[in-house]
Design a protein around this ligand. Structure first.
Ligand code: ATP
Length: 264
């Protein structure tokens, strides 16, 4: 629980009935979800389900047409993305979006650009380099020479430099080798334990999502199709067939999710 003014809250993020449009096209249709303090929540869903759109709406990059988003008990709907970061919400986007011509150090310092206490910034820089010793080796070199895995570490490190309370992670495993993915997810686990971070993770790799998360939402065509503790969601037959590759033939000998076309 944290205290905001005179109110005690236990959800760091609360979203209700969120709708987002791209022009006339609706992308999110009444999404409601929450992330508790210190909790790791995963968002699963097929391509185009709306996962990236949801993260962009939370970090203020997209303006919802309806619904509410509150962070630490306060609405962040009318707040600029940069101020949302200063409030403690960091977004690690799909594709990392690092600056290739800036050095590793400059990329990391961008995460701390709104912070004034340089002593604390230096302490956090030391911590990032402790978590990601690879970044130390290339500290004063241009980020373009980093491998894909190191770039993902840089993007995570940059997010940590803003001193977040909640991390939004968009497919951190994308395009990386299984060994690097394992390393990155073990560091994410450490973040959560050492720093008490809350995490909202978008991940196509359901196994990774279940390993990291306490709670899971499944998005389908812009709606929450299923949600529950990771044990409950993991045991659903649809999830086992669609995401975990465990084939359980139905009476007709066909995959259930293919027959029904939807899980709702
Ligand atoms: P993926 O795993 O492929 O990234 P996703 O679940 O993150 O998929 P989104 O990228 O959020 O899905 O897309 C949700 C829907 O919004 C899709 O139908 C997509 O085509 C549409 N969409 C996304 N970005 C735009 C855009 N800039 N303009 C128009 N439609 C968009």
């Amino acid at each position: 629980m944290i205290k905001e003014g005179s109110i005690l809250i236990n959800s760091i993020l609360k979203i209700e009935n969120l709708e987002v449009h791209y022009g006339p096209v609706i992308s999110l249709r009444g999404v409601t979800l929450s992330v508790r303090i210190g909790q790791s929540v995963s968002l699963l869903g097929a391509n185009g389900a709306g996962k990236t759109t949801l993260l962009k709406a939370i970090s203020g990059i997209l303006l919802p047409s309806k619904g509410s988003i509150s962070f630490k008990g306060k609405s962040i709907l009318d707040i600029e993305p940069a101020s949302i970061v200063s409030e403690g919400l960091a977004h690690v986007p799909e594709g990392r979006e690092i600056f290739p011509l800036l050095t590793v150090k400059q990329n990391l310092m961008l995460g701390a650009y709104s912070r004034s206490n340089q002593v604390k910034v230096k302490k956090d820089m030391d911590r990032v380099l402790y978590y990601f010793p690879d970044l130390c080796k290339f500290y004063n070199m241009e980020a373009k020479i980093l491998s894909g895995g190191q770039q993902q570490m840089l993007a995570l490190g940059r997010a940590l430099m803003s001193k977040p309370k909640l991390l939004l992670l968009d497919e951190p495993s994308l395009g990386l080798s299984p060994i690097i993915v394992k390393e990155i997810f073990s560091i994410l686990n450490k973040f959560q334990k050492d720093l008490g971070l809350s995490i909202l993770l978008v991940e196509q790799n359901a196994k990774l999502a279940f390993d990291l998360s306490d709670y899971v939402y499944v998005l389908e065509l812009g709606r929450v199709a299923m949600s529950g503790s990771k044990e409950n969601v993991q045991n659903s037959r649809d999830i086992q067939e669609f995401y975990l590759g465990m084939h359980q033939d139905s009476q007709l000998g066909k995959k259930r999710w293919k027959n029904r076309k939807t899980w709702r």
